[in-house]
Design a protein around this ligand. Structure first.
Ligand code: NAD
Length: 552
């Protein structure tokens, strides 16, 4: 039975043993589509996260997708172009059920303004990374990544954890909402600024944020007390980061760690310029785009200037993947890129081994299925410190949103081994229903983004988009259930291309074969991509795990 969803009553959380589609593979994808809306930021407008990341292009397109998933046979493939189904074609039972291409605009035309115009004409929509591919699992989707960044910083600079440290950030949206919890898990006193009081309230309601301060003075006092007591604490503050960051700097306070996760990538639908109310911004979105873009950029200039100021005074400052430095540089901040990107600064050695944000969703809707898989992880990877530490923390701290899900950074071979074992548990009835496996698009072989994922690659291959395209083709050849190629929309137009994959463990032998091929080849390509760029870790991985790398 679907479960009530107090946040969005019209979007119940799927679950239960009853199938509406002709098989579990189709039913799984239908549930994942329902799930991204049930945990989304603005499901009435099909928006899942990142300002404009949509699950489908329009409501008629959504209805047509649901109808196709419900009626299709296993030997058909549903073809989706930018959130709109365009074909239901006869293929074969080992082919993907769904293939998608979302928001891919040819190079010279891939600009925010062109995207907005195409969107206005109803010709395109942006899928974010995981929204359009129905893989979003709420704020948990980035939480381990954010936590691992904080821990890398803690290890390098603060003796192992962030207790007694002040972290300043902004953005409590779909993804940014993970920051207060990740910060608290790392032991920090973390202050999160957001212009939208509703977002802050929502994060508090779902257990990601502890307190909301009435004003900056109160927020700083709360942080100060927690720092002195070395007590982990998350505090939200309603305000504009372009005002709050410079004000904190003006007071001579230097946080230990500073970042930002506002939707700075999108100057129209994401970032809110200082001095404007949310209503003013909304009214300008359709017909005052030029004014809004100029105002957003001017605010980002102040926002990033304050971040650089903190950096000069000794804070650890990083870009958390929202293009804020790029926007600032275009606004005239010549040294915006003195701020490093999190991938290169902290996580690249993991990506070079294709260790990245793997995740799974219990299609039964039962939390006990995730608990059983947590146990399984601890049984299977007792010596993997990242995993054992993470699962213990996640169990303690992470509330479920929508379909119960878990994220864990696993690498080549590990993902396949876990998924195949889970498939056995589905077959034996130990789990209450099938499990869908997926990953973020921010994964080793899956993303090119020269200002985020592939910035300053060793061999200079930052902007080469062949890798995610190869990955998607490989995943289709490897029998994945859903395969997608996304490119950036809104402010990300022209900045990135990524691939996504979902494979359903329904307990059958066919699922075992799909999981084995798709998950293994996905990470194999990831390792190969980094080996091709010259990373030593990748060559070690190739040698240790016998990956079929062709060296030229
Ligand atoms: P979102 O649109 O759901 O939330 C953005 C939040 O920023 C909103 O709550 C909004 O009110 C707030 N905001 C906007 N302007 C502000 C301002 N000037 N001051 C204070 N608050 C402001 O977006 P999201 O899903 O949370 O993603 C945020 C950003 O992070 C996006 O750019 C997204 O692409 C990026 N992102 C990065 C990663 C990563 O791997 N590091 C992962 C996912 C998303």
């Amino acid at each position: 039975m679907p479960k009530a969803n107090p946040r969005h009553p019209n979007f119940p959380i799927p679950g239960g043993p009853q199938l509406r589609a002709k098989g579990w593979r189709q039913e799984a994808l239908l549930r994942l589509l329902e799930n991204v809306l049930s945990v989304g930021e603005d499901p009435d407008n099909l928006v899942v996260y990142a300002a404009l990341g949509k699950a489908a292009r329009s409501w008629p397109a959504h209805r047509a997708i649901v109808k196709a998933l419900t009626e299709m046979d296993e030997d058909q493939t549903l073809v989706i172009q930018s959130g709109k189904p365009v074909g239901l074609l006869k293929t074969h039972a080992k082919a993907p059920l769904v293939i998608m291409a979302n928001c891919n605009i040819v190079g010279q035309w891939a600009k925010a303004e062109v995207f907005y115009e195409l969107q206005r004409k109803g010709l395109i929509c942006w899928g974010g990374l995981t929204a359009g591919a129905w893989q979003y699992i709420g704020s948990q989707g980035v939480i381990q990544g954010t936590y691992e960044i904080f821990m890398r910083i803690a290890e390098r600079r603060f003796g192992g954890d962030l207790s007694g440290r002040f972290v300043l950030t902004a953005g409590l949206g779909g993804m940014g909402g993970a920051q207060p919890l990740a910060g608290r898990m790392a032991g920090a006193a973390i202050l999160c600024v957001d212009i939208d009081a509703e977002r802050a309230k929502k994060r508090r309601e779902i257990g990601y944020l502890q307190e909301i301060a009435p004003d900056l003075d109160a927020a700083l006092a709360m942080i100060d007390a927690a720092v002195k007591e070395k007590r982990a604490l998350s505090v939200g503050l309603v305000g504009n980061a372009a005002e709050i960051y410079p004000e904190i700097a003006r007071r001579g306070i230097v946080p230990d760690v500073v970042t930002d996760q506002t939707s700075a990538h999108d100057l129209v639908y994401g970032y809110v310029p200082k001095g404007m109310s949310l209503d003013q911004v909304k009214s300008l979105r359709d017909y005052g785009q030029g004014q809004l873009m100029a105002a957003s950029r001017a605010s980002i200039v102040e926002h990033v200037t304050a971040m650089l100021d903190f950096q000069k005074k000794g804070a650890e400052v990083f870009d958390n993947g929202n293009l804020i430095r790029t926007q600032a540089r275009e606004g005239g901040v010549a040294n915006a890129f003195d701020i490093p990107i999190f991938t290169e600064a902290y996580l690249r050695p993991l990506f070079a081994r294709a260790i990245g944000p793997f995740r799974w969703m219990a299609l039964s809707g039962e939390e006990s299925d995730i608990a059983r898989i947590d146990d399984l992880l601890l049984e299977m990877f007792p010596h993997n410190r990242i995993i054992t530490n993470w699962i213990k923390l996640a169990r303690q701290h992470i509330p479920f949103e929508g379909l119960p899900a878990r994220i864990a950074w696993l690498g080549h071979g590990e993902r396949t081994a876990l998924a195949r074992r889970v498939n056995e548990l589905v077959a034996s009835g130990e789990l209450k229903g099938p499990v869908a496996f997926s990953r973020d698009h921010l994964d080793a072989g899956a993303m090119v983004h020269p200002n985020i994922m592939t910035e300053r690659m060793k061999d200079g291959s930052d902007a080469i988009a062949d890798w995610p395209l190869l990955d998607a083709m490989l995943l289709c050849s490897s029998m994945a259930d859903l395969v997608v190629v996304h490119s950036g929309g809104g402010g990300y137009a022209g900045y990135m291309t990524s691939s996504g994959v979902t494979v359903v463990a329904d307990g059958t032998a066919a699922a075992d074969e799909r999981l084995d091929h798709a998950l293994t080849n996905d990470t194999a390509l990831g390792v190969i991509r980094y080996a091709d760029a010259g990373y030593d870790e990748s060559f070690e991985e190739i040698a240790a795990k016998g990956i079929g790398h062709v060296k030229v």
